[in-house]
Design a protein around this ligand. Structure first.
Ligand code: ATP
Ligand code: MG
Length: 416
C-alpha cells in the first residue's frame, strides 16, 4: 500500500465527545471513524487489524472443533417468547423493529435462541452430537453508557460459539477444550501475560461458575481479585468467603485490580434447548435433554484493548501478528536515486508476501516518522544516503529507539 493512496489521513484532533483513549488513538491514526456514541466505522487500516484478530480467533476455534456459520441479525419474536427473553423488562438492551405489517422483530443482541432453533432441524439422535458452532458477527445492544470507545459499542463485533452435548461429561470435556482455545487466542493476541481466567456468576439456571477472560487494565469496568501465582482470578461480583473456599482461593493471596472482560464461557445446562423443544434420542430410543455451553469473545473490544494496551505517547504500537502492515518503508528525501531504491525494495518485499506501507509522500522526515509511530507499524525502514553508499538500509523497531544498518538480505531475515 502506498501511503499517498490511503483514504484516511492522520490527524491531531478527535471529536470533542470522544473521551476514550482507545478510540482517540484509532481515530487520530485513521483506523476508525466515529459515527455516533458507541458506533464506529472501520476504515481500511482498522479493518485489516480487525480481520487479523478475527483470523486468530477463527483458527483457534476451528482447532477445538468449532464450525463457522453466520446467523441473521433480524430475529423472529416467537423463539424469544419461548425462553422468556423478549420482554424489555427481562432483557433491557434490545433493539427491536417492525415489518410494514406490524410484525415485531428483534435485532440480534445474542444468538442462543436462533441457534438452538436452527440446529433443532438437524440434531435428532445421539449420532448427531456433539456439535460446536460459532459465528463472528455484529451484535446490537442498546447499552446505557457508551463512553469507552470500542470497549462498549452499541454495535460491535463478537465471536459467539455454542456447544451441544449429549451429557454432562461430554459437555465438560468440550468446555475444557474451549478454555484451552481461549488461552491460545489471548496468547497470540499478545495479551497472554495480563489476561486471566476469572470465575464469575454462572447465572440463575446453573450452580456452576461461569468463566470470564479478564485483561488487567486501568480502563476496565470490572473489578477482579487476582491470584498472580495461580494465574486465576475471581470477579468482585462473587467475591465472598464460601466461593473462595469452593475455588481453593485464599483472600490473602489476592490483589484487587481493574480489568476488561475480553471473553467469557458459560454453562447453559439445557435451559434453551428444553425451552425450544430441541431434544435428542439416545441409543435406547429415549428422549434426552441437550447440554449447552456458550462462549463469547469481544472482537472489536479486543481491537480497542490492544490498541490502548500497546500504545505510548507517540501512538499505536501493534504486536507483529496483528499490525495492518509489518513494514513502514520510506525514502529520506525525494531524490530520484533514493526513490528508485525504495521503489525496488517495496516491490521485493511485497513479492515476498511481506505487508508494506510505503510512504511515498514528499514531506519532512520528522512528519513521516511521526506518522509511522502513530500508525504503530512494527518495523521502520528508511532509504537514505547510506543506502546509496553502502547498500545498507536504516532499520528501526517501533518499540526501540535504536537504529540499525542492514543489508537487504539481513533486513528480510529480520522482518521474516
Ligand atoms: P459486559 O459485562 O462487558 O457487558 P456481557 O456479559 O454483556 O459483557 P456477553 O454478552 O457474554 O458479554 O458478550 C461476550 C463478549 O462480548 C464479552 O465478553 C465482551 O468481550 C464483548 N462485549 C459485550 N458487550 C459488548 C459491547 N457493548 N461492546 C463491545 N464488546 C462487548
Ligand atoms: Mg453486557
Amino acid at each position: 500500500m502506498k501511503f499517498s493512496k490511503l483514504i484516511s489521513k492522520t490527524s491531531k484532533t478527535v471529536p470533542s465527545d470522544e473521551t476514550a483513549i482507545n478510540a482517540q488513538l484509532l481515530i487520530k491514526a485513521g483506523y476508525i471513524h466515529k459515527e455516533m456514541a458507541g458506533v464506529y466505522a472501520y476504515l481500511p487500516l482498522g479493518l485489516i487489524v480487525l480481520e487479523h484478530i478475527k483470523q486468530i480467533v477463527r483458527e483457534e476455534m476451528n482447532k477445538v472443533g468449532g464450525q463457522e456459520l453466520l446467523m441473521s441479525t433480524l430475529q423472529p419474536k416467537d423463539i424469544w417468547l419461548k425462553t422468556d427473553r423478549w420482554d424489555d423488562k427481562k432483557v433491557d438492551n434490545w433493539f427491536k423493529t417492525k415489518l410494514v405489517n406490524g410484525t415485531e422483530l428483534g435485532v440480534g443482541l445474542t444468538h442462543e435462541e436462533p441457534i438452538v432453533d436452527a440446529l433443532g432441524d438437524f440434531i435428532k439422535s445421539y449420532k448427531d452430537l456433539p456439535v460446536i458452532v460459532y459465528q463472528i458477527q455484529n451484535k446490537f445492544r442498546n447499552e446505557l453508557r457508551a463512553k469507552s470507545g470500542l470497549l462498549r459499542g452499541r454495535e460491535f463485533l463478537m465471536k459467539d460459539m455454542y456447544s451441544f452435548a449429549s451429557n454432562q461429561q461430554e459437555h465438560q470435556e468440550i468446555y475444557n477444550l474451549i478454555l484451552k482455545g481461549y488461552y491460545a487466542v489471548y496468547e497470540r493476541l499478545g495479551l497472554g501475560d495480563n489476561t486471566y481466567r476469572t470465575y464469575a456468576d454462572g447465572g440463575i439456571f446453573t450452580d456452576r461458575f461461569s468463566d470470564e477472560f479478564q485483561t488487567v487494565s486501568e480502563i476496565g469496568e470490572d473489578v477482579i481479585y487476582l491470584d498472580k501465582v495461580k494465574k486465576i482470578a475471581i470477579n468482585q461480583e462473587i467475591f465472598k468467603k464460601e466461593n473462595l473456599q469452593k475455588l481453593g482461593l485464599n483472600s490473602a493471596d489476592l490483589v484487587k485490580v481493574k480489568a476488561v472482560e475480553v471473553g467469557n464461557t458459560f454453562h447453559l445446562e439445557s435451559k434453551y434447548t428444553d425451552a425450544l423443544d430441541v431434544y435428542y434420542t439416545n441409543k435406547d430410543g429415549q428422549r434426552q435433554s441437550i447440554i449447552m455451553g456458550c462462549y463469547g469473545i469481544g472482537i472489536s473490544r479486543l481491537l480497542g484493548v490492544i490498541a490502548e494496551h500497546f500504545s505510548d505517547e507517540k501512538g499505536l504500537n501493534w504486536p507483529v501478528e496483528i499490525a495492518p502492515y509489518k513494514v513502514y518503508l520510506t525514502f529520506i528525501k525525494e531524490e530520484p536515486k533514493l526513490v528508485k531504491i525504495a521503489d525496488k525494495l517495496y516491490q521485493d518485499l511485497t513479492l515476498l508476501g511481506i505487508a508494506v506501507i510505503y510512504d511515498d509522500r514528499n514531506v519532512r522526515p520528522a512528519d513521516k516518522f511521526a506518522d509511522a509511530d502513530l500508525l504503530g507499524i512494527p518495523f521502520r525502514v528508511v532509504v537514505n544516503d547510506q543506502t546509496i553508499k553502502d547498500q545498507l538500509y536504516e532499520f528501526k523497531l517501533r518499540s526501540s529507539p535504536h537504529l540499525k544498518y542492514l543489508s537487504q538480505t539481513e533486513l528480510i531475515k529480520m522482518i521474516q
